[in-house]
Write a protein that binds this ligand. Structure first.
Ligand code: C2E
Ligand code: CA
Ligand code: CA
Length: 412
Protein backbone atom coordinates (compact mmCIF):
# COMPACT_ATOMS: atom_id res chain seq x y z
CA UNK A 1 0.00 0.00 0.00
CA UNK A 2 2.90 2.40 0.43
CA UNK A 3 2.80 2.90 -3.34
CA UNK A 4 -0.59 4.60 -3.19
CA UNK A 5 0.62 6.88 -0.49
CA UNK A 6 3.30 8.26 -2.76
CA UNK A 7 0.72 9.59 -5.20
CA UNK A 8 -0.22 12.27 -2.73
CA UNK A 9 2.58 12.37 -0.19
CA UNK A 10 1.04 12.54 3.29
CA UNK A 11 2.02 15.59 5.20
CA UNK A 12 1.09 15.52 8.84
CA UNK A 13 0.27 18.82 10.50
CA UNK A 14 3.36 20.38 12.08
CA UNK A 15 1.62 22.32 14.84
CA UNK A 16 -1.09 20.56 16.82
CA UNK A 17 -3.14 21.86 19.74
CA UNK A 18 -4.39 19.25 22.19
CA UNK A 19 -7.53 20.36 24.04
CA UNK A 20 -8.49 18.21 27.00
CA UNK A 21 -9.22 18.91 30.67
CA UNK A 22 -7.39 15.74 31.72
CA UNK A 23 -3.67 16.26 31.95
CA UNK A 24 -3.06 12.53 31.60
CA UNK A 25 -5.02 12.46 28.33
CA UNK A 26 -3.15 15.49 26.98
CA UNK A 27 0.21 13.90 27.70
CA UNK A 28 -0.90 10.61 26.19
CA UNK A 29 -1.95 12.35 22.94
CA UNK A 30 1.18 14.50 22.93
CA UNK A 31 3.32 11.39 23.27
CA UNK A 32 1.62 9.78 20.27
CA UNK A 33 2.00 12.95 18.20
CA UNK A 34 5.71 13.14 19.03
CA UNK A 35 6.04 9.51 17.94
CA UNK A 36 4.74 10.54 14.52
CA UNK A 37 7.38 13.25 14.33
CA UNK A 38 5.11 16.19 15.16
CA UNK A 39 7.22 18.78 16.93
CA UNK A 40 4.93 21.74 17.57
CA UNK A 41 2.57 20.52 20.28
CA UNK A 42 0.49 22.90 22.39
CA UNK A 43 -1.88 22.15 25.26
CA UNK A 44 -5.14 23.74 26.40
CA UNK A 45 -7.10 22.56 29.43
CA UNK A 46 -10.45 23.92 28.24
CA UNK A 47 -12.23 25.41 25.25
CA UNK A 48 -11.75 29.07 26.18
CA UNK A 49 -8.00 28.72 26.49
CA UNK A 50 -7.99 26.82 23.19
CA UNK A 51 -9.78 29.61 21.33
CA UNK A 52 -7.33 32.20 22.78
CA UNK A 53 -4.42 30.11 21.54
CA UNK A 54 -5.94 29.60 18.11
CA UNK A 55 -6.46 33.34 17.72
CA UNK A 56 -2.94 34.23 18.78
CA UNK A 57 -1.07 31.35 17.11
CA UNK A 58 -2.16 31.03 13.48
CA UNK A 59 0.49 28.38 12.83
CA UNK A 60 -1.70 25.77 14.59
CA UNK A 61 -2.79 23.48 11.77
CA UNK A 62 -4.83 20.90 13.65
CA UNK A 63 -6.57 20.39 16.99
CA UNK A 64 -7.35 17.23 18.92
CA UNK A 65 -10.50 18.05 20.82
CA UNK A 66 -12.11 16.43 23.87
CA UNK A 67 -15.88 16.91 24.21
CA UNK A 68 -16.53 17.01 27.95
CA UNK A 69 -14.70 19.95 29.47
CA UNK A 70 -15.53 22.63 32.04
CA UNK A 71 -16.39 26.23 30.94
CA UNK A 72 -16.54 25.68 27.21
CA UNK A 73 -17.15 22.12 26.00
CA UNK A 74 -16.06 20.56 22.71
CA UNK A 75 -19.35 21.22 20.93
CA UNK A 76 -19.16 24.89 21.87
CA UNK A 77 -15.59 24.96 20.58
CA UNK A 78 -16.76 23.65 17.20
CA UNK A 79 -19.41 26.39 17.00
CA UNK A 80 -16.90 29.03 18.06
CA UNK A 81 -14.43 27.91 15.38
CA UNK A 82 -17.11 28.33 12.73
CA UNK A 83 -18.27 31.69 14.14
CA UNK A 84 -14.78 33.13 14.26
CA UNK A 85 -13.80 31.70 10.89
CA UNK A 86 -10.91 29.78 12.47
CA UNK A 87 -9.95 26.89 10.27
CA UNK A 88 -7.71 24.30 11.94
CA UNK A 89 -8.26 20.67 10.90
CA UNK A 90 -10.19 18.92 13.70
CA UNK A 91 -9.93 15.52 15.35
CA UNK A 92 -12.54 14.86 18.02
CA UNK A 93 -11.59 12.34 20.71
CA UNK A 94 -14.10 11.40 23.37
CA UNK A 95 -15.05 8.50 25.59
CA UNK A 96 -18.77 9.15 25.01
CA UNK A 97 -21.09 6.74 23.20
CA UNK A 98 -21.01 6.28 19.41
CA UNK A 99 -24.45 7.80 18.80
CA UNK A 100 -23.27 11.05 20.37
CA UNK A 101 -20.02 10.94 18.39
CA UNK A 102 -22.04 10.50 15.19
CA UNK A 103 -24.07 13.60 15.98
CA UNK A 104 -20.87 15.56 16.63
CA UNK A 105 -19.47 14.34 13.32
CA UNK A 106 -22.55 15.54 11.43
CA UNK A 107 -22.41 18.83 13.29
CA UNK A 108 -18.75 19.37 12.36
CA UNK A 109 -19.51 18.70 8.72
CA UNK A 110 -22.55 20.95 8.66
CA UNK A 111 -20.50 23.77 10.18
CA UNK A 112 -18.10 23.37 7.25
CA UNK A 113 -15.17 22.41 9.48
CA UNK A 114 -12.28 20.32 8.20
CA UNK A 115 -12.94 17.17 10.19
CA UNK A 116 -10.15 14.58 10.08
CA UNK A 117 -11.83 12.06 12.34
CA UNK A 118 -14.07 11.43 15.33
CA UNK A 119 -12.38 8.92 17.61
CA UNK A 120 -13.59 6.98 20.59
CA UNK A 121 -11.30 7.02 23.62
CA UNK A 122 -9.11 5.20 24.44
CA UNK A 123 -7.64 6.33 21.13
CA UNK A 124 -5.43 3.78 19.44
CA UNK A 125 -2.17 4.77 17.84
CA UNK A 126 -3.30 3.59 14.39
CA UNK A 127 -6.55 5.50 14.56
CA UNK A 128 -4.79 8.72 15.42
CA UNK A 129 -2.18 8.44 12.69
CA UNK A 130 -4.83 7.51 10.14
CA UNK A 131 -6.84 10.62 11.07
CA UNK A 132 -3.75 12.83 11.05
CA UNK A 133 -2.72 11.51 7.66
CA UNK A 134 -6.01 12.71 6.19
CA UNK A 135 -4.61 16.17 6.73
CA UNK A 136 -2.93 16.55 3.34
CA UNK A 137 -6.01 15.39 1.41
CA UNK A 138 -8.30 17.73 3.35
CA UNK A 139 -5.77 20.55 2.97
CA UNK A 140 -5.58 20.03 -0.79
CA UNK A 141 -9.34 20.06 -1.06
CA UNK A 142 -9.79 23.31 0.81
CA UNK A 143 -7.03 24.95 -1.23
CA UNK A 144 -8.90 23.92 -4.35
CA UNK A 145 -12.12 25.35 -3.00
CA UNK A 146 -10.57 28.64 -1.92
CA UNK A 147 -9.64 29.51 -5.48
CA UNK A 148 -13.30 29.75 -6.32
CA UNK A 149 -14.44 31.36 -3.10
CA UNK A 150 -15.77 34.55 -4.53
CA UNK A 151 -16.50 34.66 -8.15
CA UNK A 152 -18.15 36.34 -11.07
CA UNK A 153 -21.90 36.67 -11.58
CA UNK A 154 -22.76 34.50 -14.55
CA UNK A 155 -25.95 34.68 -16.58
CA UNK A 156 -27.84 32.44 -18.99
CA UNK A 157 -26.53 34.66 -21.82
CA UNK A 158 -22.97 33.81 -20.76
CA UNK A 159 -23.90 30.13 -20.89
CA UNK A 160 -25.43 30.53 -24.35
CA UNK A 161 -22.25 32.22 -25.62
CA UNK A 162 -20.07 29.59 -23.96
CA UNK A 163 -22.00 26.73 -25.55
CA UNK A 164 -21.71 28.42 -28.97
CA UNK A 165 -17.98 29.13 -28.52
CA UNK A 166 -17.32 25.68 -27.12
CA UNK A 167 -15.80 26.98 -23.91
CA UNK A 168 -16.86 23.91 -21.93
CA UNK A 169 -14.11 21.39 -21.54
CA UNK A 170 -14.26 17.79 -20.36
CA UNK A 171 -11.78 16.83 -17.65
CA UNK A 172 -11.37 13.15 -16.86
CA UNK A 173 -10.96 11.34 -13.56
CA UNK A 174 -9.73 7.73 -13.62
CA UNK A 175 -11.75 4.81 -12.23
CA UNK A 176 -9.46 2.11 -10.88
CA UNK A 177 -10.30 -1.56 -10.19
CA UNK A 178 -9.78 -2.21 -6.49
CA UNK A 179 -8.79 -5.84 -7.01
CA UNK A 180 -5.96 -5.41 -9.52
CA UNK A 181 -5.27 -1.68 -9.79
CA UNK A 182 -6.16 -1.58 -13.47
CA UNK A 183 -7.51 1.52 -15.16
CA UNK A 184 -11.10 0.64 -16.09
CA UNK A 185 -12.46 3.92 -17.29
CA UNK A 186 -12.84 7.63 -16.69
CA UNK A 187 -15.59 10.00 -15.62
CA UNK A 188 -15.98 13.15 -17.69
CA UNK A 189 -16.39 16.24 -15.49
CA UNK A 190 -17.17 19.57 -17.08
CA UNK A 191 -15.04 22.68 -16.65
CA UNK A 192 -15.83 26.12 -18.07
CA UNK A 193 -12.75 27.57 -19.67
CA UNK A 194 -13.98 31.13 -19.30
CA UNK A 195 -12.14 33.76 -21.41
CA UNK A 196 -12.04 36.21 -18.49
CA UNK A 197 -12.38 34.18 -15.29
CA UNK A 198 -10.31 31.15 -16.25
CA UNK A 199 -11.18 27.56 -15.48
CA UNK A 200 -14.44 27.35 -13.50
CA UNK A 201 -15.64 24.15 -11.74
CA UNK A 202 -19.23 22.88 -12.25
CA UNK A 203 -20.27 24.01 -8.78
CA UNK A 204 -20.08 27.56 -10.12
CA UNK A 205 -22.32 27.22 -13.12
CA UNK A 206 -24.06 23.85 -13.42
CA UNK A 207 -27.26 25.01 -11.73
CA UNK A 208 -27.45 27.88 -14.18
CA UNK A 209 -26.91 25.59 -17.17
CA UNK A 210 -29.52 23.16 -15.86
CA UNK A 211 -32.09 25.93 -15.65
CA UNK A 212 -31.28 27.01 -19.22
CA UNK A 213 -32.30 25.31 -22.44
CA UNK A 214 -28.67 24.46 -23.19
CA UNK A 215 -28.26 21.53 -20.87
CA UNK A 216 -28.75 18.89 -23.56
CA UNK A 217 -26.30 20.70 -25.82
CA UNK A 218 -23.73 20.71 -23.00
CA UNK A 219 -24.27 16.98 -22.42
CA UNK A 220 -23.69 16.32 -26.12
CA UNK A 221 -20.54 18.45 -26.23
CA UNK A 222 -19.20 16.50 -23.26
CA UNK A 223 -20.08 13.25 -25.04
CA UNK A 224 -18.34 14.36 -28.26
CA UNK A 225 -15.16 15.36 -26.46
CA UNK A 226 -15.20 12.12 -24.48
CA UNK A 227 -15.62 9.97 -27.59
CA UNK A 228 -12.76 11.79 -29.33
CA UNK A 229 -10.41 11.19 -26.41
CA UNK A 230 -11.63 7.62 -26.08
CA UNK A 231 -10.52 6.92 -29.65
CA UNK A 232 -7.07 8.36 -28.93
CA UNK A 233 -6.72 6.24 -25.79
CA UNK A 234 -7.93 3.20 -27.71
CA UNK A 235 -5.31 3.78 -30.41
CA UNK A 236 -2.72 3.81 -27.62
CA UNK A 237 -3.98 0.42 -26.41
CA UNK A 238 -6.31 1.50 -23.59
CA UNK A 239 -9.89 0.29 -23.96
CA UNK A 240 -11.56 2.53 -21.42
CA UNK A 241 -15.17 3.15 -20.53
CA UNK A 242 -16.22 6.76 -20.30
CA UNK A 243 -18.88 7.98 -17.88
CA UNK A 244 -20.97 11.03 -18.74
CA UNK A 245 -23.07 12.91 -16.17
CA UNK A 246 -26.64 13.35 -17.27
CA UNK A 247 -29.00 15.63 -15.37
CA UNK A 248 -32.77 15.84 -14.88
CA UNK A 249 -33.47 18.32 -17.65
CA UNK A 250 -31.54 16.27 -20.19
CA UNK A 251 -33.47 13.14 -19.38
CA UNK A 252 -36.84 14.79 -19.80
CA UNK A 253 -35.76 15.59 -23.37
CA UNK A 254 -36.61 12.44 -25.33
CA UNK A 255 -34.65 13.64 -28.37
CA UNK A 256 -31.50 13.43 -26.31
CA UNK A 257 -31.49 9.64 -26.32
CA UNK A 258 -31.55 9.62 -30.15
CA UNK A 259 -28.72 12.14 -30.34
CA UNK A 260 -26.61 10.10 -27.92
CA UNK A 261 -27.26 6.85 -29.76
CA UNK A 262 -26.39 8.44 -33.15
CA UNK A 263 -23.16 10.04 -31.99
CA UNK A 264 -21.86 6.98 -30.21
CA UNK A 265 -22.71 4.79 -33.16
CA UNK A 266 -20.94 7.19 -35.57
CA UNK A 267 -17.83 7.19 -33.38
CA UNK A 268 -17.29 3.45 -33.56
CA UNK A 269 -16.97 3.18 -29.76
CA UNK A 270 -19.29 0.35 -28.62
CA UNK A 271 -22.21 1.67 -26.48
CA UNK A 272 -21.29 -0.67 -23.63
CA UNK A 273 -18.20 1.49 -23.08
CA UNK A 274 -20.31 4.60 -22.57
CA UNK A 275 -21.84 4.88 -19.09
CA UNK A 276 -24.47 7.48 -18.31
CA UNK A 277 -24.39 8.63 -14.69
CA UNK A 278 -27.80 9.72 -13.51
CA UNK A 279 -28.46 11.40 -10.19
CA UNK A 280 -31.31 9.99 -8.16
CA UNK A 281 -33.17 13.27 -7.94
CA UNK A 282 -32.94 13.35 -11.72
CA UNK A 283 -34.53 9.95 -11.92
CA UNK A 284 -37.44 11.07 -9.79
CA UNK A 285 -38.62 14.02 -11.88
CA UNK A 286 -40.95 13.24 -14.79
CA UNK A 287 -40.71 9.56 -14.19
CA UNK A 288 -42.37 8.13 -17.30
CA UNK A 289 -40.33 10.10 -19.89
CA UNK A 290 -37.17 9.49 -17.94
CA UNK A 291 -37.75 5.76 -17.60
CA UNK A 292 -38.55 5.53 -21.32
CA UNK A 293 -35.32 7.30 -22.22
CA UNK A 294 -33.32 5.09 -19.89
CA UNK A 295 -34.92 1.90 -21.15
CA UNK A 296 -34.08 2.80 -24.76
CA UNK A 297 -30.47 3.58 -23.91
CA UNK A 298 -30.14 0.34 -21.98
CA UNK A 299 -31.62 -1.62 -24.89
CA UNK A 300 -28.91 -0.17 -27.12
CA UNK A 301 -26.29 -1.43 -24.70
CA UNK A 302 -25.27 1.73 -22.82
CA UNK A 303 -24.19 1.42 -19.21
CA UNK A 304 -26.41 3.21 -16.71
CA UNK A 305 -25.10 4.31 -13.36
CA UNK A 306 -27.04 5.57 -10.34
CA UNK A 307 -24.94 8.55 -9.26
CA UNK A 308 -24.60 9.89 -5.70
CA UNK A 309 -26.17 6.71 -4.36
CA UNK A 310 -27.34 7.10 -0.80
CA UNK A 311 -27.97 10.83 -0.83
CA UNK A 312 -31.49 10.94 -2.25
CA UNK A 313 -34.72 9.45 -1.00
CA UNK A 314 -36.19 6.03 -1.81
CA UNK A 315 -32.92 4.84 -3.31
CA UNK A 316 -33.88 1.19 -3.19
CA UNK A 317 -37.14 1.79 -4.96
CA UNK A 318 -35.30 3.57 -7.79
CA UNK A 319 -32.88 0.69 -8.16
CA UNK A 320 -35.71 -1.69 -8.81
CA UNK A 321 -37.21 0.62 -11.46
CA UNK A 322 -34.18 1.81 -13.35
CA UNK A 323 -32.43 -0.68 -15.60
CA UNK A 324 -29.02 0.27 -14.21
CA UNK A 325 -25.69 -1.53 -14.42
CA UNK A 326 -23.68 0.40 -11.86
CA UNK A 327 -24.14 2.02 -8.50
CA UNK A 328 -21.98 4.94 -7.57
CA UNK A 329 -21.72 5.39 -3.83
CA UNK A 330 -21.58 9.03 -2.88
CA UNK A 331 -18.36 10.26 -1.38
CA UNK A 332 -20.22 11.25 1.80
CA UNK A 333 -20.30 7.52 2.67
CA UNK A 334 -16.80 6.75 1.51
CA UNK A 335 -14.86 9.60 2.99
CA UNK A 336 -13.79 8.62 6.49
CA UNK A 337 -15.76 5.35 6.54
CA UNK A 338 -12.85 3.75 8.40
CA UNK A 339 -13.25 6.22 11.24
CA UNK A 340 -16.99 6.05 11.56
CA UNK A 341 -18.99 2.94 12.32
CA UNK A 342 -22.26 4.42 11.11
CA UNK A 343 -20.80 5.39 7.72
CA UNK A 344 -19.34 1.95 7.45
CA UNK A 345 -22.69 0.30 8.10
CA UNK A 346 -24.29 2.43 5.37
CA UNK A 347 -21.46 1.61 3.00
CA UNK A 348 -21.77 -2.11 3.68
CA UNK A 349 -25.51 -2.02 3.12
CA UNK A 350 -25.05 -0.18 -0.20
CA UNK A 351 -22.64 -2.90 -1.30
CA UNK A 352 -25.04 -5.56 -0.14
CA UNK A 353 -27.91 -4.09 -2.13
CA UNK A 354 -25.68 -3.74 -5.19
CA UNK A 355 -24.73 -7.40 -5.03
CA UNK A 356 -28.39 -8.39 -4.78
CA UNK A 357 -29.21 -6.34 -7.87
CA UNK A 358 -26.09 -7.64 -9.59
CA UNK A 359 -24.59 -4.18 -10.03
CA UNK A 360 -21.00 -3.02 -10.25
CA UNK A 361 -20.16 -0.67 -7.37
CA UNK A 362 -17.94 2.36 -7.78
CA UNK A 363 -16.88 4.35 -4.73
CA UNK A 364 -16.21 8.02 -5.31
CA UNK A 365 -14.17 10.36 -3.15
CA UNK A 366 -11.48 7.87 -2.11
CA UNK A 367 -8.92 10.11 -0.45
CA UNK A 368 -6.86 7.88 1.80
CA UNK A 369 -5.16 4.52 1.79
CA UNK A 370 -7.40 3.40 4.63
CA UNK A 371 -10.52 4.16 2.58
CA UNK A 372 -9.01 2.15 -0.27
CA UNK A 373 -8.24 -0.87 1.94
CA UNK A 374 -11.66 -0.83 3.54
CA UNK A 375 -13.43 -0.69 0.17
CA UNK A 376 -11.31 -3.49 -1.19
CA UNK A 377 -12.02 -5.64 1.84
CA UNK A 378 -15.73 -4.95 1.52
CA UNK A 379 -15.66 -6.16 -2.08
CA UNK A 380 -16.27 -2.85 -3.85
CA UNK A 381 -15.35 -3.01 -7.55
CA UNK A 382 -13.87 0.34 -8.51
CA UNK A 383 -12.55 3.44 -6.83
CA UNK A 384 -12.28 7.04 -7.85
CA UNK A 385 -10.80 9.88 -5.85
CA UNK A 386 -8.00 12.28 -5.08
CA UNK A 387 -5.86 9.46 -3.69
CA UNK A 388 -5.54 8.13 -7.25
CA UNK A 389 -5.87 11.23 -9.38
CA UNK A 390 -7.71 14.52 -9.64
CA UNK A 391 -9.74 15.17 -12.79
CA UNK A 392 -7.34 16.10 -15.62
CA UNK A 393 -7.49 17.26 -19.26
CA UNK A 394 -7.85 14.36 -21.71
CA UNK A 395 -4.40 14.76 -23.20
CA UNK A 396 -2.80 14.18 -19.78
CA UNK A 397 -4.36 10.78 -19.17
CA UNK A 398 -1.90 8.60 -21.08
CA UNK A 399 1.06 10.31 -19.41
CA UNK A 400 -0.55 9.94 -16.01
CA UNK A 401 -1.17 6.24 -16.63
CA UNK A 402 2.41 5.70 -17.83
CA UNK A 403 3.60 7.18 -14.61
CA UNK A 404 1.23 5.34 -12.26
CA UNK A 405 0.30 1.99 -13.86
CA UNK A 406 3.03 0.00 -12.15
CA UNK A 407 2.44 1.49 -8.75
CA UNK A 408 -1.30 0.93 -8.97
CA UNK A 409 -0.85 -2.68 -10.03
CA UNK A 410 1.32 -3.18 -6.94
CA UNK A 411 -1.46 -2.02 -4.63
CA UNK A 412 -3.57 -5.01 -5.58
P1 C2E B 1 -20.25 14.04 -9.20
O1 C2E B 1 -20.85 13.46 -10.43
O2 C2E B 1 -20.60 13.41 -7.91
O3 C2E B 1 -18.68 14.06 -9.47
C1 C2E B 1 -17.73 13.84 -8.47
C2 C2E B 1 -17.17 15.13 -7.94
O4 C2E B 1 -16.31 14.82 -6.87
C3 C2E B 1 -16.31 15.90 -8.94
O5 C2E B 1 -16.43 17.28 -8.66
C4 C2E B 1 -14.91 15.42 -8.59
O6 C2E B 1 -13.89 16.33 -8.99
C5 C2E B 1 -15.02 15.36 -7.11
N1 C2E B 1 -14.06 14.41 -6.52
C6 C2E B 1 -13.45 13.37 -7.11
N2 C2E B 1 -12.64 12.72 -6.25
C7 C2E B 1 -12.76 13.37 -5.08
C8 C2E B 1 -12.15 13.18 -3.80
O7 C2E B 1 -11.35 12.26 -3.55
N3 C2E B 1 -12.50 14.05 -2.83
C9 C2E B 1 -13.39 15.07 -3.06
N4 C2E B 1 -13.68 15.88 -2.06
N5 C2E B 1 -13.97 15.28 -4.25
C10 C2E B 1 -13.66 14.44 -5.25
P2 C2E B 1 -16.66 18.33 -9.83
O8 C2E B 1 -15.81 18.00 -11.00
O9 C2E B 1 -16.52 19.69 -9.21
O10 C2E B 1 -18.17 18.07 -10.22
C11 C2E B 1 -19.21 18.36 -9.32
C12 C2E B 1 -20.54 17.88 -9.82
O11 C2E B 1 -20.94 18.59 -10.99
C13 C2E B 1 -20.54 16.41 -10.24
O12 C2E B 1 -20.65 15.61 -9.10
C14 C2E B 1 -21.76 16.37 -11.14
O13 C2E B 1 -22.94 16.23 -10.37
C15 C2E B 1 -21.75 17.74 -11.78
N6 C2E B 1 -21.18 17.64 -13.13
C16 C2E B 1 -19.89 17.60 -13.51
N7 C2E B 1 -19.76 17.50 -14.84
C17 C2E B 1 -21.03 17.44 -15.34
C18 C2E B 1 -21.59 17.32 -16.67
O14 C2E B 1 -20.90 17.23 -17.69
N8 C2E B 1 -22.94 17.28 -16.75
C19 C2E B 1 -23.76 17.36 -15.65
N9 C2E B 1 -25.07 17.33 -15.85
N10 C2E B 1 -23.27 17.50 -14.41
C20 C2E B 1 -21.93 17.53 -14.25
CA1 CA C 1 -20.95 11.60 -11.45
CA1 CA D 1 -21.26 12.44 -5.89
Amino acid sequence: MSEVKELIPDRLPEHVLIIDDSEIQRHFMAELCRDFGIRGILHAEDGRRAIELLKSQPQIEAIILDLEMPHMDGVQVLHELANLGLDPAVIVASARENTLLNVVESLGKSLGLRLLGVLRKPVLRDQLVSSLSRYSAVQLRSEGEEQYDSGPELSVRDVQRAVRNREFEAYFQPKIALQDGRLKGVEALVRWNHPVYGMLPPGRFMELVERSQFISELTLQMLDQSLRHCLVWQAAGLELSVSINVSARSLADSLLADAIIDRVSASGIPPCRVILEITESAIMTDLSTTLGTLARLRLKGFGLSVDDYGTGFSCMLQLSRVPCTELKVDRAFVNGACQSTHLRVLLESALDIARKFNLRVVAEGVETEDDWMLLRNLGCDEAQGYLLARPMPGWQLLGWWDEHAVRLSHIA
